[in-house]
Write a protein of this length. Structure first.
Length: 102
């Protein structure tokens, strides 16, 4: 649990704004790009539209976060350090020596 006082509200705001704008752009792209009429409602057409919307949303989100200089992508890439590495190593060794599965 995280205290509301320690949340990074500026980053949450940037992420929310970017997600809304990316969603609107994706919706407009989905409406404006014609898909094959013969396969309307088919699985292939639905998958093509889903792929188009997903790629558009991902690109718009990355661009928006980059333009707003958000720290979120860096935070997601940063590897989290184990809080108790020595404890985890000891427990792992005990499990291996006991021959039991966790």
């Amino acid at each position: 649990m995280v205290s509301l006082r320690t949340l990074r509200w500026d980053e949450l705001g940037k992420s929310a704004l970017t997600a809304v704008v990316a969603g609107a752009i994706s919706l407009e792209v989905a409406k404006s790009v014609p898909l094959p009429a013969y396969g309307h409602g088919s699985r292939v057409t639905d998958l093509l539209q889903l792929a188009l919307i997903s790629l558009t949303w991902a690109a718009a989100t990355l661009l928006g976060l980059w333009l707003l200089k958000s720290q979120l992508p860096n935070d997601l890439r940063r590897r989290k350090v184990t809080a108790y590495p020595a404890v985890a190593q000891v427990e792992g060794k005990e499990i291996i020596e006991a021959g039991t599965e966790p």
